[in-house]
Design a protein around this ligand. Structure first.
Ligand code: FES
Ligand code: FES
Length: 148
């Protein structure tokens, strides 16, 4: 199977129903994308597929063959993603950090769809879980990235 990840083509020999998350982490060594629940509940595994926030733990790899996949490893090559990371640093969002790659991917997807989101849109889109409770800082960073 051929996958396009972060602008590079990868050939993987894998069962077609393998979750994309395991291909990224175990086959390709891209461990920035995290495993949290494995049930599409927490968002730790969020990547972009054609710019859309996608929970890779429940995405069979065969469904994204030929798609444009982006992971946290390349997020700063994306102009919107770069602004998001800068805002994340400025707002000092992470605590333990475990959920944060998924949060950054979700924020990037939101700002690609809506450059100036309202507080309601931010609340509606930023639904990934954070056990450390960084939600206020996440919202502040999304607003800062939007202004940038
Ligand atoms: S690990 Fe995918 S949503 Fe929790
Ligand atoms: S920063 Fe610790 S889970 Fe979100």
């Amino acid at each position: 199977m051929e996958l396009t990840i972060n602008g590079q083509t990868h050939q993987v020999d894998i069962e077609p129903d393998t979750p994309l998350l395991w291909v990224l982490r175990d086959e390709l060594g891209m461990t920035g994308t995290k495993y949290g629940c494995g049930l599409a509940q927490c968002g730790a595994c969020t990547v972009l597929v054609h710019g859309q926030a996608t929970r890779s733990c429940v995405t069979p790899v065969e469904t994204v063959a030929g798609a444009k996949i982006m992971t946290i490893e390349a997020i700063e090559t994306d102009p919107v993603g770069q602004k998001v990371v800068e805002a994340w640093v400025a707002q000092q969002v992470p605590q333990c950090g475990y959920c944060q790659s998924g949060q950054v991917m979700a924020a990037t997807a939101l700002l690609k769809q809506s450059a100036r989101p309202t507080d309601e849109e931010i609340a509606g889109a930023m639904v990934n879980l954070c056990r450390c409770g960084t939600y206020n800082a996440i919202a502040a960073a999304v607003r800062e990235a939007a202004q940038a």
